[in-house]
Design a protein around this ligand. Structure first.
Ligand code: DGL
Length: 291
């Protein structure tokens, strides 16, 4: 088994990223941390999100990942610059890949961004799109009801989901958006509801798929792809592994093996500096320059 890809999220939503990675890169091992004790991040302050995200990275560092994906849109939007400065491992967030995909498929029309309150108020997606398309019209909308609806098991055809989605999408429809970023780990599970309201000529960008494409490209460019088929997935959570296993199945699309509860003591015991595996160090350095 080669070095794993580290992935973290505020809870179980990041399993949509694990799912996309597994589909694209089945030989890659994954070590996942879900901060289920402190979820949600989407309504917390910037300082708190940055602190939590740094602790999550430190925890993953114990497993010597070849690099780390910040699956959580909120943590990517708010904490990525600080994480990249602080840790030696290359760290990839979901904002840039999602923004790039949305800019490519918007067809010169405005771009819509959906996300948590913290993601939207950070303006990170807007800035990433404006770097690609100067002067682009970007319509942003926080959708705080959608995370709890998904976690409760509501499906895209549920009347409550329909109502909330129609309300949140109204300003995007009015602006005649050409693409919409589903900028939250949970929204891909409601994709059909968004598609029904927006119609077939609006492209939906799943940030989980976009980051998986980017990871595949980077690993292959730097010859860091695993070739053997002995990949393993390990999942760590800071609270309630049973709920993570039950609800997480819907996000991952399969049963979760190896879910381990990390006690708070154990979590905070993580080394303050992440080890870097010597064999991947130079490839990782080059990868970092690309990011
Ligand atoms: N994972 C978060 C995101 O993608 C959603 C849940 C939360 O608020 O923590 O923004």
């Amino acid at each position: 088994m080669g070095l794993p890809i580290g992935i973290f999220d505020s809870g179980l939503g990041g399993l949509t990223v694990v799912r996309a990675i597994r589909r694209r890169l089945p030989n890659e091992s994954v070590v996942y941390f879900g901060d289920t004790a402190r979820v949600p991040y989407g309504i917390k302050s910037g300082d708190t999100i940055i602190r939590f995200a740094a602790e999550d990275c430190e925890f993953l560092g114990r497993y010597d990942p070849k690099f780390i994906i910040v699956a959580c849109n909120t943590a990517s939007a708010v904490a990525l610059p600080s994480l990249s400065r602080r840790f030696r491992q290359p760290i990839l967030g979901v904002i840039e890949p999602g923004a790039r995909a949305a800019a490519e498929v918007c067809g010169d029309r405005p771009i819509g961004i959906l996300g948590t309150e913290a993601t939207i108020s950070s303006g990170a997606y807007r800035r990433a799109i404006e770097r690609r398309i100067p002067g682009a019209t970007v319509i942003e909308r926080a959708c705080p009801l959608l995370v709890p609806l998904v976690e409760e098991g509501r499906r895209p055809d549920d009347p409550l989901v329909r109502l909330a989605v129609a309300e949140y999408l109204a300003p995007l429809q009015a602006a005649d958006v050409g693409s919409v970023v589903l900028g939250c780990t949970h929204y891909p599970l409601l994709k059909e509801a968004f598609a029904d309201v927006l119609g077939p000529d609006v492209a939906l960008v799943d940030s989980a798929e976009a980051v998986a494409d980017e990871v595949a490209y980077l690993l292959s460019s730097y010859r860091m792809l695993e070739s053997s088929g002995d990949a393993v997935q390990r999942f760590f959570v800071s609270d309630n592994p049973d709920r993570f296993r039950d609800v997480g199945r819907r996000f991952l699309g399969e049963d979760l093996a190896h879910v381990t509860l990390v006690s708070q003591d154990e979590f905070l015991k993580a080394p303050k500096r992440m080890p870097a595996h010597a064999a991947t160090r130079s490839a990782a350095d080059r990868l970092e320059e690309t990011l």
